[in-house]
Design a protein. Sequence first.
Length: 157
Amino acid sequence: MLPIVPPEQGSRRAFLKKFGAAVAGITIVGSLPAILESCSSTSVDVGAGSDGGQKLTVDVASLTADNTAIHTKAPVSGREILVVRRSSTTYETLLLVCTHDGCTYPDIDLSGTQIICKCHNSVFDISGGRLSGPAPTALTAFATTFDATAKRVTITF
């Protein structure tokens, strides 16, 4: 008569552990390119969305001093934009999306003459120029024309 050998304790458990580890490894390896791309500053979409040729008219009568600004939203995309008065006849519009990691308003603070991205502390001047931090470039600017009679600007996206 042959002796009865009991099955190895935990063999099912050992198999399931190895199987689970293999599935997790494959998932991580498969996700790695997307994870790495999300860390790259070149992959950040800083456009205004699908506006493509859209125009927005904004009342700027409340901007009575130079280097003051108001924010509103871009049409279609709904992204925050900043309209800055440079002089009594010159205005510019900036997209409030950090060029480093795509962080958006309200995570961007206006403090005095600087725009500070709270995500990773990139600092821009009120014209959108990069002053410091990990952001590789200035904020995106849009063509802005001023109608002195109506005290409105028209922004082209």
